[in-house]
Write a protein that binds this ligand. Structure first.
Ligand code: UDP
Length: 371
């Protein structure tokens, strides 16, 4: 055995585990089937702009130890996520806050906003929300549900809101203050120079082999290490033998535009059901439209996101955590527990809608347990 650990996947979970294992004197090999490190946080420079190639990633956390951990590998800027919703050309502030309520209803005070929500909730007759639709209406009322949630969510998940679990919408804060800061987080920002650089710093001094598919060369690769940290999709590991877990995939249509400003914000969500994309990301605004020397950038790069049902061969992005998949995952989890040599981790390995900070926290916890 040449290595203590073979880490499959160089995304956040794998990179954190590898970094920590190496720091504790372990011999680690990281492999990735892609030709680049960093998994879905991978960023690539186009026209001087760090483009979030696999979707926008905005780092935010309330966990001090996670913040202290990541800031060892990158300096973070003070980007604050405040997306704008575009409903048929009408713009609303997100997340749902006094600016949104004022625009929607003309209400001025928090009491008026609260009364409006209560009135709509009462009319809908919801006492105990059982699904996403009911949860949304009981949080923000029918108007906001119809204009800002229903269309977006049904495009994003490809299912009616009545068939989606309530917890998805709980990610979205609702507040009766004038505050467009999407995340109620103590710490927030984008790593200066991009996520790829941050992950490269984590992996410094660790052997990384790119373009290596673990599942296709499993037998041979397993021989190299005492233990395997597997961060790929758990159902793929078992060759989908219990059936495949459902994921949502995203297709990105990237465009370089010969103008300095397309939409004036990093994220604009298209919340109507007709527009085929869910949102447009304008990457330069994650770094205030400047390059690392502080110069304004003359061009801009935008990505339209199209959500689709995942099928074998696509990139899985979001686990669909409904009842059927929950049960199926439990089955895979049992199989995973019986694999004594392999530990499963990360969004795909644990089939969990993890944010970046939660992934890092879970990798750090695993390190504590393992080492
Ligand atoms: N959502 C919505 N309207 C929006 C943005 C989000 O209804 O304009 C809902 C939608 O159901 C989505 C969930 O909130 O799946 C979580 O959104 P978030 O943007 O946090 O998800 P991300 O894709 O960034 O992980």
């Amino acid at each position: 055995m040449q290595y203590d650990y073979l880490v499959v996947g160089s995304g956040l979970f794998g990179a954190v585990f590898a970094q920590q294992a190496k720091a504790r004197g372990k011999k680690v090999l990281v492999i990735d089937k892609r030709n680049n490190i960093a998994g879905n946080v991978y960023t690539e420079k186009i026209e001087g702009i760090n483009v979030h190639v696999y979707g926008a990633h905005i780092f935010h956390t309330n966990l001090k130890h996670v913040w202290e951990y990541v800031t060892q590998f990158a300096e973070f800027n003070c980007f604050t996520n405040s997306p704008v919703a575009n409903y048929k050309g009408e713009l609303f502030s997100l997340p749902f806050n006094m600016y949104t309520f004022n625009k929607m209803w003309g209400v001025v005070t928090p009491e008026e906003a609260e009364a409006k929500i209560e009135e709509q909730k009462h009319e809908a007759g919801i006492t105990e929300p059982l699904n996403l639709e009911e949860q949304a209406i009981s949080l923000v009322g029918t108007d906001i549900y119809e204009k800002l949630i229903k269309g977006y969510t049904e495009k994003q998940w490809g299912r009616p809101c009545t068939e989606l679990p309530a917890f998805i919408i709980k990610r979205l804060p609702v507040r009766l203050t004038f505050d467009n800061n999407y995340f109620n987080a103590l710490y927030q920002g984008i790593p200066v120079g991009g996520y790829t650089k941050m992950v490269a710093n984590m992996l410094e001094g660790i052997e990384v082999r790119l373009g290596v598919d673990y599942l296709e060369n499993k037998e041979e690769l397993d021989k190299l290490a005492e233990k395997v940290i597997y961060t790929g999709a758990i159902d793929a590991y078992f060759d989908y033998k219990l059936g495949n877990l459902e994921y949502r995939s995203v297709r990105f249509e990237n465009e370089v535009l010969d103008k300095p400003n397309f939409q004036g914000n990093a994220a604009v969500n298209y919340t109507d059901p007709e527009t085929p994309w869910t949102r447009i990301i304008e990457h330069k605004w994650f770094e205030f439209g400047k390059d690392e020397e502080g110069n304004d950038l003359p061009k801009t790069v935008i990505s339209r996101e199209y959500s689709s049902e995942w099928k074998v061969g696509d990139e899985p992005y979001y686990p669909v955590n409904d009842e059927r998949n929950g049960k199926l995952y439990e089955g895979y989890k049992k199989l995973a527990e019986a694999e004594s040599k392999v530990i499963f981790g990360g969004r795909l390995g644990e089939y969990k809608y993890y944010d970046m900070d939660a992934v890092i926290d879970s990798a750090l916890k695993l390190v504590e347990k393992e080492l």
